[in-house]
Design a protein around this ligand. Structure first.
Ligand code: ZN
Ligand code: ZN
Ligand code: FE
Length: 743
């Protein structure tokens, strides 16, 4: 007989780990105890040495699917204490809170079966869950993770649930949010004025949506507005009430087969759709249409991820529009009273419940690229799962950018990226941002020793960082926007060496005080040089030019010496340009896309970010033509004037818009390849990293890596965080780490 003390670090709480251990211990005839600690779990076992060693060896492969084992420490000793049986001890609060927290998990197959089984005591119970599924991150108030520190604290277990919770053989053994119709949360339905309607809440909601009403539905991380998606008039009503003119809606489909009725679904896309993380996947429409849902070639589709969603769909609703409920640009609504107040006049009914959402978490949004998620938004189902960097990190808070704000905190080798926060341009979003920073610091027990932020002085995240750094006497590292993108892509791929970084986005403040955005940088975490860029475009009227994109069209055409006569207000723009009145220069790739979309008449007024580029990508049809590519100067700038002149000429000759759009994409891809080749020539670096919001373009993302690889480059693209500004904080963090190491 021997004794072994085992410490396991990782995601091992709230994922059915202790019951798993218990079963394994019993089947091996061992004895001892297990205990949750703030850093994972700790156990002591006794038995024959060989049996103990086999037990330790088998842990990683036999662990529950949600468990992530980061480290197992085992210390053997001949001092046997003589444990009888196996004991699961209560939570132990330690000073060092090393635990990870599981994201929220979509309903599992076992729970789904019970939900539909009339003989089961949780038949049609909308909060059914188990150790393999259910809410986690969005209900957790504090660690260690147990019921008392979640929004389930107000729902004491009934004797039946309590029995399951303590029964080692039960699949709800130690499932903290476990509950049933007797003891758990209740769902209710309210009419448009917030009055409770008697009857079966779910049936009432089903009848309402079927009748064409807009119903607010409380989900895991926030409240959605749901309505039929087969009727353009209903969608139009939703747009009017939400003040959302053109931005595509997401759709929830009953299952993948329903999604296939409207979209092409590859095997890989189906796997991501059906995964327990349940993100919104941007799928290609089967045929043009569904314009009232999405004006472009793709539709965001997700599957029901809570039992409440499953019941709402029943057997006869195939798909519903499901859009986050919020006042424009403010965080997703999560609180019942807040929803009733804010959605008055927007929702015709409310399907709510009495389990509080502790933490807001928007639906994740991704494409499927190379068989895996390629994120536009990494949030529910993923956050707050850390990005493993494989590098020892000092405790740093990276504050992100402004649009698609996020933050990132480090501990050990983990980078904890926040969920989606939204655009930091109002007090509500700022309050959610600062509140979440405090929540993460408490949950993961991180006290930052340094802060990192963007170079831009006007970002609210920069304000927050500089004020806090001053207040707490912490060093503040200001990171150039595109350098942070480059570093984020390096860290995302676990790369340390210098790379050629193609960083294309809308705007970011450059080190020279001008706006950058179509950059070819050479660098690493320690620093960078601006090897290449794009000829600056005057933003006629400043920020207005990003919405009224015919201003960008005018600037491009005018600079290229082309006709501008058919652009409204051309004379006024010309005067502003001549006087250099409110026409800041921008080398942003976003403006080039906007401008070309406007020249082609695809879109001249944008009502949401990136709209021109998205529609231009959607318009592009097969054509392998190229426009002239002029690269000159230092930094090596893409002079787009010859390309614009050729586009204007094609347009004049009546060439189809789709062909011109395709040629434009081809030209940018070849331009990028030539910049990278020149950068390789100058630096000897053979790795190209692609980052920035412009790479949310699947035409670029499929062809550019292929072209670069054909030229012998190793291509890095984002895999675990978004390529847009949401992923930026990870890069800031790594650059700050390097600055601290060198200081
Ligand atoms: Zn389950
Ligand atoms: Zn119960
Ligand atoms: Fe950016």
């Amino acid at each position: 007989m021997e004794n072994v003390w085992i410490h396991i670090r990782g995601i091992v709480q709230g994922v059915g780990f202790r019951p798993f251990i218990h079963k394994l211990v019993r089947s091996r005839g061992l004895s001892g105890y297990i205990e949750n600690t703030s850093s994972g779990v700790e156990l002591e076992l006794e038995g024959e040495r060989e049996a103990l060693e086999r037990f330790v060896a088998e842990l990683p492969e036999k662990a529950p699917i949600l468990a992530v084992i980061e480290e197992i420490e085992a210390v053997y000793s001949p001092d046997v204490k003589g444990y009888a049986g196996f004991e699961i001890r209560g939570s132990k609060t330690e000073a060092l809170r090393d635990t990870l927290i599981s994201p929220d998990i979509g309903i599992c197959a076992d729970c789904l079966r019970e939900l539909k089984d009339p003989a089961d005591r949780r038949y049609r119970y909308p909060f059914i869950n188990c150790t393999n599924c259910g809410p986690r991150f969005t209900i957790i108030k504090d660690v260690p993770y147990d019921r008392a520190r979640t929004s389930m604290c107000g729902f004491p277990m009934c004797p039946d649930c309590d029995r399951e919770y303590h029964d080692i053989e039960n699949r709800r053994y130690h499932a903290q949010p476990d509950c049933c119709p007797v003891c758990g949360p209740k769902v209710f339905y309210l009419d448009e004025s917030g009055r409770r309607v008697p009857g079966d809440a779910i049936e009432l909601a089903r009848e309402a949506v079927k009748a064409g009403k807009i119903v607010a539905v409380k989900g895991l991380g926030g409240i959605h507005l749901a309505c039929r998606c087969d009727d353009p008039e209903i969608a139009q009503r939703l747009r009017q009430r939400k003040h959302r003119d053109e931005k595509p809606f997401a759709v929830m489909c009953r299952d993948a087969a329903c999604a296939e009725a409207i979209c092409e679904v590859s095997d890989a896309e189906r796997a991501v759709l059906e995964s327990f993380r349940k993100p919104i996947v941007l799928l290609k429409k089967r045929a043009p249409g569904l314009w009232h849902i999405s004006e472009n070639s793709r539709v965001g589709v997700m599957l029901p991820y809570t039992p409440l969603h499953v019941l709402l769909f029943g057997e006869d609703i195939d798909m519903l529009i499901m859009t986050s409920a919020n006042r424009s640009d403010t965080p997703m609504l999560a609180d019942n009273d807040e929803a009733l107040q804010e959605l008055r006049g927007v929702a015709d009914g409310f399907l709510l419940h009495d389990r509080d959402i502790q933490t807001r978490c928007d639906d994740s949004l991704c494409w499927v690229l190379g068989g895996k998620e390629y994120f536009a938004r990494r949030s529910r189902g993923y956050a707050p799962f850390p990005i493993q960097t494989g590098r020892e990190l000092p405790p740093v808070l990276a504050c992100g950018a402004e649009q698609k704000a996020s933050f990132c905190l480090s501990r050990g080798t983990c980078a904890f990226m926040s969920q989606h926060i939204g655009d930091l341009k109002n007090m509500e979003t700022l309050a959610n941002y600062t509140g979440q920073i405090a929540h993460f610091e408490r949950l993961f027990d991180i006290a930052p020793r340094a802060l990192a932020c963007d170079l831009h002085p006007d970002y609210l995240s920069t304000d927050y960082a500089s004020e806090r750094a001053a207040r707490e006497g912490l060093p503040l590292i200001r990171v150039q926007h595109h350098h942070a993108h480059l570093a984020a892509c390096m860290a995302d791929n676990g790369v340390d060496e210098r790379v050629v970084g193609l960083v294309w986005d809308g705007t970011g403040l450059g080190t020279d005080g001008t706006i950058w955005g179509g950059e070819c940088l050479i660098g690493d975490y320690a620093g960078f040089t601006r090897f290449g860029s794009v000829r600056p475009i005057p933003l006629i009227g400043g920020d207005r030019a990003t919405e009224e994109t015919d201003r960008a069209a005018f600037a491009l055409l005018h600079d290229a010496g082309c006709e501008t006569g058919d652009i409204p207000n051309a004379a006024a723009y010309e005067k502003m340009l001549a006087a250099s009145f409110n026409c800041p220069l921008s080398s942003g790739m976003g403006r080039l896309f906007d401008g070309v979309a406007a020249i082609l008449g695809v879109k001249t007024r944008c009502s949401y970010e990136g709209q021109g580029a998205i529609l231009l990508e959607a318009a592009a049809t097969g054509d392998d033509g190229l426009y002239p590519i002029v690269l000159e100067g230092e930094p090596l700038r893409f002079d787009w004037r010859a390309m614009i002149a050729a586009i204007a000429e094609d347009r004049r000759r009546g060439v189809e818009v789709g062909r011109i759009a395709a040629r434009f994409h081809n030209t940018l891809i070849e331009m990028a390849v030539r910049q990278c080749l020149a950068a390789r020539e100058a630096s000897g670096i053979n790795t190209a990293a692609l980052s920035g919001g412009s790479f949310q373009n699947m035409l670029l993302m499929t062809r550019l890596p292929q072209r670069l690889e054909a030229e012998g480059f190793r291509v890095l693209r984002h895999r675990r965080v978004s390529c847009n500004d949401e992923g930026l904080a990870l890069g800031q963090l790594m650059i700050a780490r390097e600055a601290i190491r060198r200081a």
